[in-house]
Design a protein around this ligand. Sequence first.
Ligand SMILES: Cc1cc2nc3c(=O)[nH]c(=O)nc-3n(C[C@H](O)[C@H](O)[C@H](O)COP(=O)(O)OP(=O)(O)OC[C@H]3O[C@@H](n4cnc5c(N)ncnc54)[C@H](O)[C@@H]3O)c2cc1C
Length: 425
Amino acid sequence: MPDYDILVIGSGILGLTTAFYTKKHNPRLSVAVIDRERGAGQGNTARSVGGYRRGIFTSHVNRILAETSIDFYREVERSGEYSFGMRDLGYLILLTKSRYDSIGGYLAPILKAGKAKLLESRELSRILGMVTSFEGDEEAEMLELEDIEYGLFAHECGQLDVEKLVSFYFEKCKEHGVEFIFGKNVKRLILAPEKPLGIPNEPRAWQGKAIGGVEADSEKITARQIVVAAGVWSPLLLDPLGVDCFVKAKKRQLAVVRASSNELGALLHKGGLNKLGTPPMIFFPKGLYLVPRESEGCFWVGLTDDIGRAFEIDMTPEERFYYDNAQPMLAKYLPEFGAARPESMWAGCYAMNMLDGNPIIFRFLNCVVVTGASGSGAMKADAIGRIASALLMNKSVAVLHGGIPFDVNVLGVENRQVDKEYLIL
Ligand SMILES: Cc1cc2nc3c(=O)[nH]c(=O)nc-3n(C[C@H](O)[C@H](O)[C@H](O)COP(=O)(O)OP(=O)(O)OC[C@H]3O[C@@H](n4cnc5c(N)ncnc54)[C@H](O)[C@@H]3O)c2cc1C
């Protein structure tokens, strides 16, 4: 029967970073990562857009998790060791008057620190040819679109290639001796008595308990400590034990629109805001966003819907979702999309922590749970892995990139201390 010091369930980006930092700092421990897929990062990590956001969080915790991770990725790139394909497209967040009035106060320090600038609506029209005023447009009124007052442009943001991020940590894990077990589904965590008595129905309520290992397909794998990094599937492993990880799955969908018309081709090469000669990633009101992929000659169109979108694990894209929900709004702001049809779509699920949108990292028995990245796990993965690994090693403080200390309880359940994020995209 295979036996390890540490068994990590899930080879998504959070399982990989946790396994890497654990093995790196504890080379004598045997560390294995198990996943039912045939390779690393094939779950929701593979469906990620890879957007990264730096300098424009209002929450301290968000800032530390994202910025130390992004700085680490950038440093690795600069050293020439590995390329993550980081493209500083910039984020352009469009603000209606009502949105600006509600968050304007939180933007002041960001603007003062030079992390972003405010663009007037007429500059948005001039640079990107965007429609920002809908006066007299009955269709826009029906769509309940408000005029755009400002665009908040943040230049330290952009997009990276998540596949490369996965390969980097996967290679690093292997280099340090982490073992990988692919193609095996963990059916359950095995709850065992700490001191087995050999009586029926152990562990009984009065016995000390531990997770003795996992049942993976028909095989039992034992480990001294287990990490549950199973993303949206984490509750399926934890609920049967009566352990709540406070995560629910929410489907997110993207459409790929080829810039096949002259108008879309011209839009894809409208520079002026970044050094790449292409538009930035644009976040419109109501959860709509646009990602230019100039090297592939296309755009990705995403829409994060909220009420009405069930909590469930569902990876099937819905074709009508684009036509009914995204395109009508998008074509109002950017008329180039009026006749555009998607050539493909994909869907994945965010592991949502609905309370504060930040990861959940906690210990129970001899297990550490690391999940709940709520749609920003790629950009925060390095920090999350370091924190989960420190918790696993019973340390109270994790050291993030740049030597920044981080209390491992901050993202836990009992002593959670996550401050509110006001700039939600
Ligand atoms: C459409 C979409 C867009 C996104 N865009 C961004 C973005 O722009 N920026 C950003 O930072 N983040 C983004 N994210 C979020 C980011 O992708 C996630 O936060 C991150 O990938 C989560 O990683 P994970 O390791 O927790 O989960 P996963 O990658 O889902 O990994 C979990 C792994 O566990 C395995 N597993 C589960 N259960 C079992 C079992 N019982 N037995 C064996 N194996 C099991 C799965 O196969 C999977 O490989 C996006 C996500 C989606 C879906």
